[in-house]
Design a protein around this ligand. Structure first.
Ligand SMILES: Cc1ncc(COP(=O)(O)O)c(C=O)c1O
Length: 385
């Protein structure tokens, strides 16, 4: 069945976090990582079926949901996982907190590479751990880890956890196997637990790029890592609250469960139904989504590249997010200027990288055209100042 991504329902008044921010204002939201697309029909059917049973008590994954996850990990990621390694969680962000609290003591630190999804920067601090952030380097046309700077960070703090965003939000990199192997070697040498957030792994639209699941590398750091997954970015079901961590190390898994116990251990009953339907029946929709996103990204690349003062250093290989360099205007908060121009973007400062903005292009093309027209008009105004 072919899905019509061009024609999508209005989200105003639907409790949408993305749309509520600008309700009553002429600002088109292109910020939080939430697409303006209806969920895939097999997911909606599964939710309707679940609602036919009217009792909605506490939920635990049934065996068929766990089997769908195990099959997905094996077929998509080439990773055979023991069922007990899978820990269901309401979302990925609580799991970031859980991993940090399970793997680092309060006197120890977490390392990550910026720019990065803001909870990577807030979770260590909110967990009472130290934070070391090292900027990604831009070399030979792509964003890469700066291993020298990462080694230097270890001289400053006792780092126990590396938070990896794989693929990377916001720069859209799909890291290559050799880069991840180098990271695994670095982590193994320093006794660092890698927490690999793979939430964007099914959103790779660059035909040349191949996602490598960190845990499948042949290295001790890969065997002792924590991997975080959710179908919610790909299938746009974040409001259903269902994700999972894969933690093969039994001791780390116990500490992780303990850290989340009573705080974030219950999954939404509809989340399980959506996850199982997404993995078992969502592939045709996903492939159509990737085609559509590729078309949207072509538009973003041509419009943003030609707007005065803006640039995208590397075309994203995955995600529906573009990392836009607006440093040319010398503004402290460029997102505020674009908001005045009628588009709601994320500001780079929240990602540890001021001067940039993040654009969400996961929306119908006609709306994206209007977003890009407004961005361009704002860029022209800013560049004339
Ligand atoms: C890298 C990354 N991890 C986690 C999340 C959020 O996941 P969840 O809603 O499951 O907490 C996002 C959302 O944008 C993300 O980009």
């Amino acid at each position: 069945m072919s899905h019509d991504f061009d024609n999508q329902p209005d989200r105003v008044g639907t409790d949408s976090t993305k749309w509520k921010r600008y309700e009553g204002r002429d600002v088109l939201p292109a910020w939080v990582a939430d697409m303006d697309f209806s969920a895939a029909p097999p997911i909606l059917d599964a939710l309707r079926r679940r609602l036919e049973h009217p009792v909605l008590g506490y939920a635990s994954a049934r065996r068929s949901t766990l089997d769908a996850v195990l099959r997905y990990l094996e077929e998509r990621h080439g990773w055979r996982v023991a069922p007990e390694s899978v820990v269901f969680t309401p979302a990925v962000v609580p799991s970031l907190h859980g991993v940090i609290r399970a793997a680092a003591e309060p006197s120890e630190s977490v390392l990550t590479a910026t720019p990065v999804y803001p909870p990577f920067l807030s979770a260590p601090v909110l967990s009472g751990r130290g934070l070391e952030r090292v900027p990604l380097a831009f070399e030979n046309g792509r964003w890469v880890f700066d291993f020298d700077a990462m080694e230097a960070a270890l001289a400053r703090s006792r780092v126990r956890v590396f938070l990896l965003c794989n693929p990377h939000n916001p720069v859209g990199r799909v890291f290559e196997k050799a880069e991840l192997e180098r990271l695994a070697e670095f982590a193994g040498r320093h006794g660092i637990v890698v927490c690999s957030d793979e939430i964007h792994c099914d959103l790779v639209h660059d035909a040349q790029a191949r996602h490598v699941t960190f845990a499948t590398l042949d290295s001790p750091a890969a065997r002792s890592c924590v991997s975080l997954f959710s179908a919610s970015k790909t299938y746009n079901t974040a409001g259903l609250l269902c994700g999972y961590a894969v933690i093969p190390d039994p001791q780390l898994r116990t500490r992780f469960r303990r850290a989340l116990s009573g705080v974030a251990n219950e999954v939404n009953i509809f989340g399980f139904a959506a996850l199982e339907a997404a993995y078992n029946h969502g592939e045709s929709w996903r492939l159509q989504l990737l085609d559509y996103l590729r078309g949207n990204l072509d538009l973003v690349m041509s419009e943003v590249a030609s707007a005065p003062g803006l640039g995208i250093a590397q075309r994203p290989q995955a995600t529906y997010l573009a990392w836009v360099d607006a440093r040319g205007y010398g503004l402290e908060n460029p997102a505020a200027a674009f908001e005045e121009g009628g588009v709601g973007l994320n500001d780079g400062a929240d990602f540890g990288f001021p001067g940039f903005v993040r654009l969400n292009f996961g929306c119908p093309r006609s709306r994206l055209r209007e977003i890009l027209r407004r961005i361009r008009a704002t860029a022209e105004r800013l560049s004339r100042r």
